[in-house]
Design a protein around this ligand. Structure first.
Ligand SMILES: Cc1cc2nc3c(=O)[nH]c(=O)nc-3n(C[C@H](O)[C@H](O)[C@H](O)COP(=O)(O)O)c2cc1C
Length: 345
């Protein structure tokens, strides 16, 4: 049992959780969690971008009514921070994805379950008590995507071989030859993952799914405009944590342009490199309506299990509150670009 007071004094920053995670995890898992694509410049720039902005306080403002609550897509969240989708989260700790779902419910923040998640979608949805969003991994055979979307309350199930090996992707069994092994089912699924998506696919998802549709990974302002014209409800400006493409720009690079173009007609969100409440406030002041992180809570889980996950969220929450007080802006809705200044190194 983790002593929460001791945890609070041992883990003051997300970096403390990261250091502890590094000690606890096997090297191969830590590198997978912490690392980025190629020369890791995109990973680095996601972090560095927050060092190059400062916040300019407005003093003597009345600070009553501190509130971080945020309404997105008709639901109220306790703060404008959520958990990004991270596939195979259970590599960090058995049951990690359920921990993320429970922590999101308890903190009242969004949790995005990855389409490459391990836990059964139904279980995660139940644990999240309505705070879960689902990330679809599209498939080559559109009938499977159709099924996943239609069932997405929810039919996608993966079971993990406890003694190593590949997860059993139960939803894929129906599409595999009768009697196929778990490995063969997983290979079938991986052959079906369809990275090459086009705007026609987005149009098809829009027809298929009546709920709120969010595209993650948009960076160019014209792509944001195109998403809007396809009836998409929100975008997450993201380079997927610098894990896909080492020449990607930092996610703040195009945020204001995107917000200026579409921010009044769709929900613009962002992830990548956020490690503190003050980082979050910079992105929010630049116009993001909600920010996410994938690694913060996984560092917490890897370090201390579920208590570490809760602590990671608490560090961000306290940081957002302190920053709002410091800059004299007690409510999220009061944030704007005038609080932000570039801060040359
Ligand atoms: C271990 C790990 C697994 C990830 N898996 C996915 C995934 O399945 N789908 C996805 O869209 N992004 C995935 N991401 C990217 C995250 O959704 C998110 O964009 C990224 O973590 C944000 O950067 P941050 O970790 O610096 O906050 C993953 C990230 C990590 C660290």
């Amino acid at each position: 049992m983790v002593d929460i007071e001791k945890l609070r004094s041992n883990a003051v920053l997300i970096e403390d959780l990261r250091r502890k995670a590094r000690k606890r995890l096997p090297r191969i898992v830590y590198d997978w969690l912490d690392g980025g694509a190629g020369d890791e410049r995109a990973l680095e720039v996601n972090r560095r971008q927050y060092a190059s902005y400062g916040l300019l306080p407005r003093y003597l403002a009345a600070l009553e009514g501190l509130s971080t609550t945020t309404a997105i897509f008709g639901k109220t969240y306790a703060m404008p921070y959520g958990i990004s989708p991270t596939g195979f989260g259970d590599l960090c700790w058995p049951g990690a994805e359920l921990m993320l779902a429970r922590a999101a419910a308890s903190a009242q923040i969004p949790f995005v379950l990855s389409g490459a998640g391990i836990v059964a979608l139904e279980k995660a949805a139940a644990a999240s008590q309505g705070f879960m969003w689902y990330q679809l991994y599209p498939t080559r055979d559109p009938r499977i995507t159709d099924d996943l979307v239609r069932l997405s309350h929810p039919g996608w199930t993966m079971r993990f071989y406890r003694n190593g090996g590949v997860p059993l992707m139960e939803n894929w069994v129906a599409y595999a030859p009768r009697g196929a092994s778990k490995g063969a089912v997983a290979r079938l699924a991986s052959q079906h993952y369809h990275a090459a998506q086009t705007w026609d696919d987005v149009a098809a998802y829009r027809r298929l799914w009546q709920g709120n549709l969010v595209l993650k990974g948009i960076q160019h302002v014209e792509d944001a405009a195109r998403a809007l014209s396809h009836g998409v409800d929100g975008i997450i400006v993201s380079n997927h944590g610098g894990r896909q493409f080492d020449k990607a720009l930092g996610t703040l690079a195009t945020l204001t342009q995107v917000v200026d173009r579409v921010g009044d007609r769709m929900i613009v969100m962002l992830d990548g490199g956020i490690r503190s409440g003050s980082d979050a406030v910079v992105a929010l002041a630049l116009g993001a309506r909600l920010v996410f992180s994938g690694r913060c809570t996984l560092y917490g889980i890897s370090a201390y299990g579920e208590a570490g996950c809760m602590r990671a969220i608490e560090i961000i929450r306290e940081g957002i509150e302190e920053t709002l007080m410091q800059i004299g802006c007690p409510q999220i809705a009061g944030l704007n670009r005038d609080f932000v200044r570039e801060r040359p190194a």
